[in-house]
Design a protein around this ligand. Structure first.
Ligand code: DGL
Length: 285
């Protein structure tokens, strides 16, 4: 279907669930608002427990399953895992556990990269968790065994971006250091494998040079969910109603949210996201 075709009038007015470790996943919501203006979104940002990028697979998977259970109780029709680290570690567990379709960022980003990679040389940058998991490389390998992947973890980008140092000499120096090897790697695409990196895309593009196309993984996931809902006849064209849940209200959250969403964040609800709070659970043996 062509994106300019009118949206068919099939209806499933249940909301799309989107979650991230924090506010970065709002970049995917921004794209959802743009491509599917009739859809309601329930967003969950685990601001109390972020960052996920330096946590273990088991912890990120547990957090992801807890959040998914919360969102399923909000009667979502599908789930977008906007967090790259959660997509890297927890996607299989989520797909296995949930009855609604689950879309992570990795598969859509890799498919977009392959379309734009004539020489099949794909770069990936992300958190320590995302890069260390090898999840992107595995999906590339399964879809295009002839492709070559070069990856690099860029853990300092998230705090720098949250500090608002998007156009700042320190961020430029850090980026030069992180991207040195990739920029001489003959890449034709670079996947921004972290929710935050689209905010410094101009700097990354400048350092990588004009031959390297950047892929925004959150936006690709939003486009993939749009295609899936169209295919399943599950689009909504009702007046959308959005809900935003956070596990904490960090001091700078309004500014950070605005940067990711591209507009003021509507009112948020702070929740305790677990089915059963940790202090009520039996200790694991
Ligand atoms: N949302 C995370 C990701 O895309 C970045 C922030 C974090 O480490 O929690 O991997």
């Amino acid at each position: 279907m062509n994106p300019s075709d009118p949206i068919p009038t099939t209806h499933d007015s249940r909301p799309i669930g989107v979650f991230d470790s924090g506010l970065g996943g709002l970049t995917a919501v921004r794209e959802l608002f743009r491509t599917l203006p009739g859809e309601s979104v329930v967003y969950f940002g685990d601001t109390a427990r972020l960052p996920y990028g330096s946590k273990s697979r088991d912890t990120v998977t547990r957090f992801s399953l807890e959040i998914a259970a919360f969102l399923v109780r909000q009667d979502i029709k599908c789930l977008v895992v906007a967090c790259n680290t959660a997509s890297s570690y927890a996607l299989e567990a989520l797909v296995r556990t949930l009855d609604v379709p689950v879309v992570g960022v990795i598969d859509p980003a890799v498919r977009a990269a392959l379309e734009l990679s004539p020489r099949r040389r794909i770069g990936v940058i992300g958190t320590l968790g995302t890069v260390g998991s090898g999840a992107y490389a595995r999906v590339v390998e399964s879809l295009a065994p002839d492709a070559r992947v070069l990856s690099h973890a860029c853990p300092l980008f998230v705090p720098l971006i949250e500090e608002g140092w998007v156009d700042h000499p320190v961020t430029r120096m850090v980026a030069q250091e992180y991207l040195a090897e990739l920029s001489s790697g003959g890449l034709d695409t670079l996947i921004l494998g972290c929710t935050h990196y689209p905010l410094i895309a101009p700097l990354i593009a400048e350092l990588m040079g004009p031959e390297v196309r950047l892929i925004d993984s959150g936006a690709e996931a939003a486009r993939a969910i749009a295609a899936l809902l169209r295919e399943r006849g599950q689009l909504s064209s009702r007046d959308p109603e959005h809900r935003f849940y956070l596990t904490d209200e960090p001091r700078n959250f309004a500014r950070v949210a605005r940067a990711f969403l591209g507009r003021e964040l509507p009112p948020t609800t702070i929740v305790d996201q677990t089915d059963q709070p940790w202090f009520e659970r039996l200790p694991a043996r």
